[in-house]
Design a protein around this ligand. Structure first.
Ligand code: NG1
Ligand code: ZN
Length: 518
């Protein structure tokens, strides 16, 4: 059957509800899992075209990350593990929103606009999280792939970063690692074990970490990984999916937004805990202090810890590389001040969404990027990696520089940079840094003090009326909104506030911070 006939036939099994319009938002399409069957089928078609265009394998991950269990969503992964470009996000929206009778026309338009060679082979790797709707929806993706003559490979239950990793490994013929989940465990745990050989005074107690798996895929995968870590880290896993509901009263987003410990976790005062989100691409840390207060160490604190460590090792190695930290408007003002004024590193602010941060970080030798919610990674330019490698291999390098170069080299390997953020990989890097630097979580927390802050969501009739500028820090519409915010902010020292429409939920987010809290 000619491919378009097959698309016509198959798409009638995945019909689009008339009038339903969805946007490729901050991280793909996301809504209640009941409304996504047609979107998934069409993302299968889309992935085939993207694969033909790039002449490489494309990934499709079925997940709604930190959103409630009832929601679902889809993220498309480009050949090097990155997110698809803005232009292609636009095409994805057009395909998802075409009414049933217009689908073939929308598909042919896209083929023509991008001059896609339809005889080119197409390969799509598919993964899914643990939501009850994920199996059905990932099947719809694969139906879409085969309707347009592509080949799909089902990786089943994987974290979002694991699928990014596998796609990248496959497209680089194994240069980044072995394209399997086992290969992922091996690469990361070997680098972690090498790193922690440099933690000379680390006691067994200090190797202990409590992990909240958000009742999701991250918990399953961490269990699988544990044996590879060979007791170099002692993990107690909570919210492993055996009882609780995904992301309900737990997980990184709950902890960050509510600023309290997840339910179901028991940690003694002073001990480290961390939470993953529903697809294990975000992580936040916490502990309770001696007065029983909950203390959160979010993406900003993570970026600070990692950049402190990397800067120190680069100095010891004698490498003069350009390093920057990339943040969003949600970064706590204290973190920005600390990075710029005390650490003297370049700080850049971008729009929300790791795809934006990733892009800016690519402009530096070492680009550390994290959203305050714990989503991020570190990018190393090719020349930075080459210089580190040469130094580590050169027999005339002195001992101190060699040790630093080896630490940097293993850091590059443990940081799963091709994944736009990975909770498991970031957890291993943070644990290694704390062990090597002989730092407690309290000492890490004391690097700077967060300004008190609050984030909340407000439901409005149409969130698109809010337009923003200056990396979303100022509202340009509706008229009068920014002036009203300014007049409130003026009344409080060190205050900052902004509003922006969410790209993943039908809400407007409001953020505020100030020197004191009432
Ligand atoms: P939106 O819904 O656009 O604010 C949220 C997060 C993003 C990002 C995406 C994808 C906040 C304030 N926003 O986006 O940082 O992680 O979800 O998961 O945390
Ligand atoms: Zn996520």
């Amino acid at each position: 059957m000619a491919p378009f006939e097959d698309v016509s036939k198959q798409s009638s099994f995945h019909p689009k509800p008339k009038g339903l319009l969805l946007q490729y938002g901050t991280a793909g399409f996301r809504t209640n899992g009941e409304h996504l069957d047609h979107v998934m089928f069409r993302m299968g078609l889309f992935a085939v075209l993207r694969s033909k265009k790039t002449k490489a394998t494309i990934g499709v991950m079925v997940t709604a990350s930190h959103n409630p269990e009832e929601d679902n969503g889809v993220k498309v992964i480009d050949p090097m593990g990155e997110m698809v470009t803005a232009v292609w996000e636009g095409y994805a929206t057009q395909l998802a929103n075409a009414e049933q009778e217009d689908l073939l026309t929308a598909l042919k338009d896209l083929i023509e606009k991008e001059t896609i060679n339809m005889s080119q082979e197409a390969n799509v790797f598919v993964g899914k999280d643990t939501r009850s709707s994920s199996a059905r929806l990932s099947q719809a993706v694969m139906d879409g792939v085969s309707a347009l003559g592509g080949h799909s490979k089902d990786f089943g239950l994987v974290t979002t970063p694991q699928l990014h990793y596998i796609v990248c490994c496959h497209n680089t013929q194994g240069n980044y690692g072995e394209p399997t989940v086992e290969g992922y465990y091996r690469k990361l745990s070997e680098a972690f074990i090498q790193l922690t050989k440099n933690a000379f005074n680390c006691t067994d107690d200090q190797k202990h970490l409590s992990v909240d798996g958000a009742n999701g895929i991250g918990a399953l995968k961490l269990r699988e990984m544990e044996r590879h870590l060979k007791k170099s880290l002692h993990i107690t896993l909570y919210n492993d999916g055996s009882k609780g509901k995904l992301n309900h009263q737990c997980g990184a987003d709950f902890v960050k937004v509510q600023q309290k410990a997840p339910s179901g976790i028991e940690i003694n005062p002073g001990e480290r805990g961390c939470s993953f989100d529903g697809d294990a691409d975000r992580i936040v840390y916490y502990y309770t202090d001696s007065q029983g207060r909950f203390r959160l160490l979010d993406g900003d604190k993570i970026a600070t810890l990692i950049s402190t460590f990397l800067k120190e090792q680069l100095t010891l190695a004698g490498l003069d590389l350009k390093m920057a930290v990339v943040q969003t408007a949600y970064a706590n003002g204290s973190s920005t001040n600390y990075l710029e004024d005390t650490m003297k590193v370049i700080v850049q602010c971008t729009k929300t969404g790791v795809k934006h941060l990733h892009h800016v970080a690519q402009g530096f030798d070492v680009g550390v990027y994290f959203e305050a919610n714990g989503h991020g990674t570190v990018l190393f330019s090719k020349s930075a990696k080459d210089k580190i490698h040469q130094l580590a291999e050169n027999p005339s390098t002195n001992d101190e520089a060699k040790r630093a170069a080896l630490l940097l080299q293993n850091s590059v390997n443990v940081i799963n940079e091709k994944t736009v953020g990975d909770a498991i990989s970031n957890m291993l890097l943070i644990e290694a840094i704390l062990a090597i630097m002989g730092m407690t979580i309290q000492q890490w927390d004391a690097i700077y003090t967060d300004l008190p802050n609050r984030q909340l969501k407000v439901k409005v009739a149409d969130r698109r009326v809010i337009g923003t500028t200056d990396a979303e820090r100022r509202a340009v519409s509706p008229a009068g909104l920014q002036e009203a915010i300014d007049s409130l902010v003026k009344r409080h020292p060190k205050a900052r506030s902004f509003v922006r429409p969410s790209g993943t939920e039908d809400v407007v987010r409001v953020y505020a911070e100030a020197e004191t809290q009432v």
